[in-house]
Design a protein around this ligand. Structure first.
Ligand code: NAP
Length: 248
């Protein structure tokens, strides 16, 4: 089977760690990004320096037309994917539900939920044995927000992640007999730019004391879980939602 992985939002944070780890494990990696081409190009450069294969590809995952083009481009440049990682995500600014606008909620659900649905659709069309594909693995980066609910921070984000958990369970059952495993990793608080983007750069310091392990995670710890779920070591994991949250 081709070792080709698509990582949405592979340009920064958790996605960048997934991309670099995948390349080190022998995947040719399609690094999807939306706005920050320089960051994506830097990850490609790092991977190439280590002798790996990577391509940066721009696409807004909340747009089904751009997602289709992304998958076509990956197929022609690197080959049919054997692993698709739904990682692109955003929170919107931290606030209460009565302070957030509809545009923000739509954008978060558009990227986190609809993006994962669109990418999973295209992945299944290419990978499913039903469509003549060689099978593969879909892993979605969810969040423990799906069960904590994120009160006072971003309830809409928590809802967008609960939806991808349901998608994971449903798709695992729908295509489990077609050589595709569908799983999710649910990070707790991880040290990336997402907290500053949400308007609270100090969020980690505020929350860390309440985490059983007393610290935030790092992107590599999530990448390790994602790569494990894609590997043959996880050959009987399908429909799993794996918490990586320091016990939170
Ligand atoms: P991050 O550092 O803010 O990076 C976000 C990534 O998503 C970037 O590569 C960004 O691309 C990409 N992206 C955003 N909107 C996009 C769109 N419309 N189309 C394609 N790509 C888009 O975030 P992170 O912390 O690494 O988060 C990665 C995933 O983990 C997200 O799904 C997030 O919800 C989840 N997660 C994170 C934490 C945490 O504490 N960090 C906890 C739980 C779950 P550009 O660089 O081009 O903007």
């Amino acid at each position: 089977m081709n070792k080709v992985m698509i990582v949405t939002g592979g340009s920064r944070g958790i996605g960048a760690a997934i991309s670099k780890t995948a390349a080190a494990e022998g995947y040719a990696v399609a690094i999807n990004y939306h706005t920050r081409a320089d960051d994506a190009d830097n990850i490609v450069w790092e991977i190439n320096e280590q002798g790996g294969i990577a391509q940066a590809i721009k696409a807004d995952v909340s747009d089904p037309v751009q997602v289709k083009t992304l998958f076509e481009e990956v197929k022609s440049k690197l080959g049919v994917p054997s692993a698709v990682i739904n990682n692109a995500g955003t929170t919107g600014r931290i606030c209460r539900i009565d302070e957030v606008d509809a545009e923000t909620m739509n954008r978060v659900i558009g990227i986190n939920t609809m993006g994962a649905l669109y990418c999973s659709q295209e992945a299944i069309k290419l990978m499913s044995a039903k469509h003549g594909g060689d099978g593969g693995s879909i892993v979605t980066v969810s969040s423990i927000a799906a069960r904590l609910g994120s009160p006072g921070e971003y309830v809409w984000y928590a809802a967008s992640k609960a939806a991808v958990d349901a998608m994971t369970v449903g798709l695992a059952k729908e295509v489990g007999g077609e050589d595709i495993r569908v799983n999710a990793v649910s990070p707790g608080i991880i040290d990336t730019e997402i907290h500053a983007s949400g308007g609270e750069p100090g969020r980690i310091d505020r929350i860390a004391p309440a985490i059983p392990m007393q610290r935030a995670g790092i992107a590599q710890e999530i990448a390790n879980a994602v790569l494990w779920l894609c590997s043959d070591q996880a050959s009987y994991c399908n429909g799993a939602i794996l918490d990586c949250s320091g016990g939170r």
